[in-house]
Design a protein around this ligand. Structure first.
Ligand SMILES: *Cc1c(COP(=O)(O)O)cnc(C)c1O
Length: 222
């Protein structure tokens, strides 16, 4: 099936309030343009350099989301254009985003990445770290970042019960954090980014309103 058909089939299944991030990492510009011509405007990449090259080459009304782990020394390259950074997992990284956003005279939207999977290798914060960051003096002083929600990746497994319980945990943390920290100019919990090709249906059942789907749209990656 074509990229266009894949996109249409997925979009048919998504509730209206769920945003689809088309994950185009490793895929060439012509694949992205095929999705663009089918109406898709939100794309996700996991490497800053690759995303920056694609931003330069492709239509400027594309919304670029950084979904991967971010090294601090790379933030400056995407600061002029990135629309949402999903993988913020330390205060140090947030400070760098604040600094680069300020230089560009922008406010950059960010999600805090939460470690919900069993695998050691997946990045992310725990509940206490989220609390610490949001309550910190450094965060209170920031004016060029906005935390708009949470992101997480479930364990890569066929065990649906396990995936479900990880997503439920993240949804619960989203709700309690939203209640605990009042909405302000730099904090507005509206986005819960969870679900990929293999588990987005479960994620939506558990309350996700942003799914990041790559291989089901563009085909397998090498
Ligand atoms: C690659 C990636 C995805 C998309 O994965 P698929 O299984 O191809 O849908 C989603 N989220 C993150 C963080 C990724 O790195």
């Amino acid at each position: 099936m074509s990229i266009k058909e894949n996109l249409e089939n997925i979009k048919k299944e998504l509730p209206k309030d769920v945003t689809l991030v088309a994950v185009s990492k490793t895929k060439p510009n012509e694949d992205i343009l095929e999705a663009y011509d089918a109406g898709q405007r939100v794309f996700g990449e996991n490497k800053v350099q690759e995303m920056t090259q694609k931003w330069e080459a492709l239509p400027k009304d594309i919304e670029w989301h950084m979904i991967g782990h971010v090294q601090r020394n790379k933030v400056k390259y995407m600061a002029p254009f990135v629309r949402l950074i999903h993988g913020v997992d330390t205060l140090k990284l947030l400070k760098e985003i604040e600094k680069q956003a300020k230089k560009n005279n922008r406010v950059i939207n960010c999600l805090l990445q939460i470690h919900i999977a069993k695998e050691e290798t997946k990045f992310g914060m725990d509940k206490e770290e989220v609390h610490e960051l949001l309550a910190s003096e450094s965060f209170k002083e920031m004016k060029h970042v906005k935390i708009v929600g949470l992101m997480g990746m479930a364990t890569f497994t066929d065990n649906e019960e396990r995936v479900k319980s990880e997503f439920e945990y993240l949804k619960q943390l989203f709700d309690t954090t939203k209640n605990e920290f009042p909405t302000s100019q730099k904090l507005d919990f509206t986005i819960l980014s969870m679900g990929m090709s293999g588990d987005y249906k479960i994620a939506i059942e558990c309350g996700s309103n942003m799914v990041r789907i790559g291989s089901s749209i563009f085909g397998a990656r090498n």
